[in-house]
Ligand binder design. Structure first.
Ligand code: SF4
Length: 564
């Protein structure tokens, strides 16, 4: 990818620092002005931030008299003016700059006491993370340098209600300085940082090119779930690629003591499955569905702890029935939960099938919020006996995929998603857009996406059952701890030939060892053996340390005795 700007930016700006806090590679790409080829979510998120900030500034301005406010003040105006609220303040020192969203000025409380300046930053999330606080601390740091006195307090205005969070920025100053130093070191370097795929990649505008590079390198970070510590340990051993890792897999028999404990997840086995393009099975996975399977998938806004869509599918193929329970707002959440329970009550012996812990948490939260279904009811039994397909797969079935995610496993098993919404992250963006516009097309997109996930569940269940049942006879499935000897017809032929070669080799070896002995010779040999047994054993010579030394210096034992 050719950078648009050849020279790398050496001024640390807020977007660069924000990128560094997420990922050094992202900071590197942004500093070079690299062209973005994907990242619809990233663009949406950027637009969302800007619009939230604009609305927030309007609100602040509406609470003040016009004479108290200034926009984009110069550095001199900032120090000398009598304003109370400044918006879009450019704070700049040496090689750092920040476009501070707003600054509040509290007049001096007495003679000799300076006025207080409070930087304000807007963040649309309901639960602002550490990064947002660090960026506010960056604003405070630049303002303190510009104004010549400490700015120790900042305000983070966040979430749907524009709630205000006071942040003690002076306690974060040391950490911010460390990050600034690291960013400067990164941007001064002539080579890019090591590429490591991380969780944030799905939100990042550079995802496509980074993933492609990682695939070309066959990088270990392609394996989801591998920690930085595990990767470092492998690097120290000289293992850098997924293929190299695949050769390190060694099947081990579990000790009896550990037999009742759960197996540990094995990255080498995942790598082996990818190299061989085979499914690998550890132990004997079990999947029992005793009742009517009901596929369930839930969409929500984790930021608000709010679930807005429950998809429920009965049966499979063309005869399947799909139900979608939609909540317009948080007040509707109870209704969709009750609707689901009502529907479960109509099904005979329902068994809820889901994928991952998101639904498990959903069941628990709904019961806590709105009460448990009646005891002994079919809804109660269904909640108690729900089947998480991921737990059937985890550490027992290794697919040749980089992760155990629903999309990865689903695509491998031939599931297709028809909806233009491709991921949970995109569904989040579409839901928030729907809340602004109430556009029925957006709602239909989300319902279709949720339905596709339910269909994927039914397909995965079908294939999992087949894999477990037919593992012994399928060539694309291997038992990792006791590999199958014969996988195909050709394999059987090669195996038989090798066996006959081995048999012949063993026969010639045995023939060379055959001896013909007479009965007389046998008797003599036997009596000799008996004599040897009766003879008293000679005491083994064990010299003292001094004797050993002398022996080494002067020779055999007689000489030692002579010198005594
Ligand atoms: S895609 Fe991932 S590795 Fe690449 S820049 Fe973004 S966060 Fe970093």
């Amino acid at each position: 990818m050719k950078p648009l700007v050849e020279e790398r930016a050496l001024t640390i700006t807020t977007p660069l620092l924000a990128a560094y806090l997420k990922c050094p590679t992202k900071c590197w790409h942004r500093s070079g002005g690299e062209q973005v080829t994907g990242g619809t979510y990233a663009q949406w998120f950027q637009a969302q931030n800007e619009s939230y900030c604009t609305t927030g500034i309007h609100q602040l301005l509406s609470e003040r008299h016009q004479g108290e406010c200034i926009a984009s003040p110069s550095a001199d105006n900032l120090k000398a003016g009598k304003w109370r609220l400044a918006t879009n303040v450019l704070a700049r020192i040496k090689m750092m700059e920040s476009d501070v969203h707003a600054v509040e000025r509290l007049p001096s409380e007495g003679r000799g006491k300076p006025a207080q300046f409070i930087p304000i930053r807007f963040d649309p999330t309901n639960k602002p993370g550490k990064d947002a606080k660090l960026l506010l601390a960056f604003d405070a740091l630049l303002l303190s340098e510009m104004l010549g006195h400490e700015v120790s307090l900042g305000k983070l205005i966040h979430g749907d209600d524009y709630a205000v969070l006071n942040v003690n920025t002076s306690t974060l100053a040391v950490e911010v300085r460390k990050h600034i130093d690291k960013t400067v070191a990164l941007l001064s370097s002539s080579s890019p940082p090591d590429l490591v795929l991380i969780r944030h990649c799905t939100e990042c505008e550079f995802e496509a090119q980074c993933r492609q590079k990682a695939m070309e390198k066959d990088d270990l970070s392609l394996l989801s779930g591998m920690t930085a510590k595990e990767r470092k340990k492998l690097h120290n051993k000289g293992v850098f690629t997924v293929t190299q890792l695949s050769y390190t897999f060694r099947p081990r028999r579990r000790s009896k003591r550990l037999r009742h404990k759960q197996e540990r997840y094995q990255h080498p086995l995942r790598a082996l499955a990818l190299r061989e393009k085979k499914i690998h099975i550890v132990g004997s996975p079990e999947l029992k569905i005793e009742g009517t399977p009901i596929y369930i998938d839930v969409e929500g806004l984790p930021d608000r702890d709010f679930y807005y869509l429950i998809g429920m599918r009965l049966g499979s193929g063309t005869s399947a029935i799909q139900h979608s329970f939609w909540a317009n707002n948080i007040k509707d959440e109870k209704k969709i939960w009750t609707d689901l329970l009502g529907m479960l009550a109509k099904v005979q012996n329902p068994v809820l099938i889901h994928y991952g812990s998101y639904e498990t948490t959903f069941f628990k939260r709904m019961c806590d919020r709105y009460g448990f279904p009646p005891e002994q009811s079919s809804a109660e039994r269904a909640l108690k006996t729900s089947v998480n397909l991921l737990s059937v797969i985890f550490v027992k079935i290794y697919f040749p995929t980089f992760s155990n995610g629903l999309k990865d496993i689903g695509h491998f098993l031939g599931v297709t998603w028809d909806s233009p919404v491709r991921s949970g992250l995109q569904s989040l963006a579409v839901r928030l857009d729907w809340e602004q516009s109430h556009d029925p097309t957006l709602k239909a997109l989300l319902v279709a996406y949720n339905r596709d996930d339910c269909i994927a569940l039914s397909t995965i269940l079908f294939h999992l059952s087949k894999i477990i049942r037919d593992a012994n006879s399928r060539a694309d499935i291997e038992f990792s701890y006791s590999p199958k000897r014969v996988a195909t017809d050709t394999g059987a032929e090669v195996h038989n030939t090798l066996q006959s070669v081995l048999r012949s080799a063993h026969f010639s070896y045995a023939r060379s060892r055959i001896k013909i002995s007479s009965a007389k010779r046998d008797q003599a040999a036997h009596s000799k053996k008996e004599d040897r047994k009766k003879r008293p054993r000679r005491k083994a010579f064990s010299p003292s340390r001094e004797q050993s030394y002398r022996f080494l210096v002067s020779g055999p034992v007689q000489n030692i005795q002579g010198t005594n």
